[in-house]
Design a protein around this ligand. Structure first.
Ligand code: GRF
Length: 217
């Protein structure tokens, strides 16, 4: 099967990007990372991508002022010229307009550091601790116009400990993120995902159960 060409969009550190890059280094992985795009010139992840010899681009949203669609048209043109099949958002801190989301419908996925639909938005670890939940985690989902709301592809749960701080909890969740993002991209690249009534089904999901609960580090 032809490997799917993937663009990863980042704004910062890029640890999820790195997890996808290392999964795709396996020739049997069904996707190749063809491009990394940052909307911020100072994103640390850019250096990591370059070190892995992946094409990188900066499309600085600030140069487009308030015109969100102009930024998205520039991005879309680059994705087209790199013949991108799938877009992975990995710590990408911009919301997209319905125009862009519709163009990439069921071809664009995101990782969120919480067990959706709980704790959409920012500061998820602080909010999970404040709520006193005993289980927290991460979700990979299709992107829809509403933030952090698309069909959920895979989730991984981690325990919340009494002495956790937002940082210790974030570190535990990050381990789970790095496990499930490559798995979700694999399923998408293998055309195994189908969305029915807002729910995502995974064909032959026998390997999903083992990903549900991450071993605690
Ligand atoms: C991750 O926690 C991800 O879930 C969230 O933003 C963070 C990005 O981290 N969307 P990194 O840039 O992948 O290291």
């Amino acid at each position: 099967m032809q490997r799917k060409r993937v663009a990863i969009l980042i704004s910062g550190r890029g640890s999820n990007m790195a997890a996808l890059i290392s999964a795709a280094a396996d020739p049997d992985y069904p996707a190749e990372i063809a491009l990394v795009v940052s909307n911020r010139p100072d994103a640390a992840g850019l250096a990591r991508a370059k070190a892995a010899r992946i094409a990188t681009l900066v499309i600085d949203h600030k140069t487009f002022g308030k015109d969100r669609e102009a930024f998205e048209r520039a991005l879309d043109a680059e994705l087209a010229s790199h013949r991108i099949d799938i877009v992975c958002l990995a710590g990408f801190m911009r919301l997209f307009t319905p125009w862009f989301v519709t163009r990439w419908r069921e071809r664009m996925i995101n990782i969120h550091p919480a067990l959706l639909p709980a704790f959409k938005g920012l500061d998820t670890h602080e909010r999970a601790l404040a709520a006193g939940v005993k289980v927290h985690g991460a979700s990979v989902h299709f992107v829809v116009p509403e933030m952090d709301s698309g069909p959920i592809i895979v989730q991984s749960a981690v325990p919340v400990r009494d002495d956790d701080t937002p940082d210790t909890l974030a570190a535990r969740v990050l381990v789970a993120e790095h496990r499930i993002y490559p798995l979700a991209l694999r399923w998408l690249a293998e055309n195994r995902l189908s969305v029915v009534d807002g729910r995502c089904n995974v064909a032959g999901a026998g390997d999903r159960a083992e990903m549900l609960i991450s071993p605690s580090p």
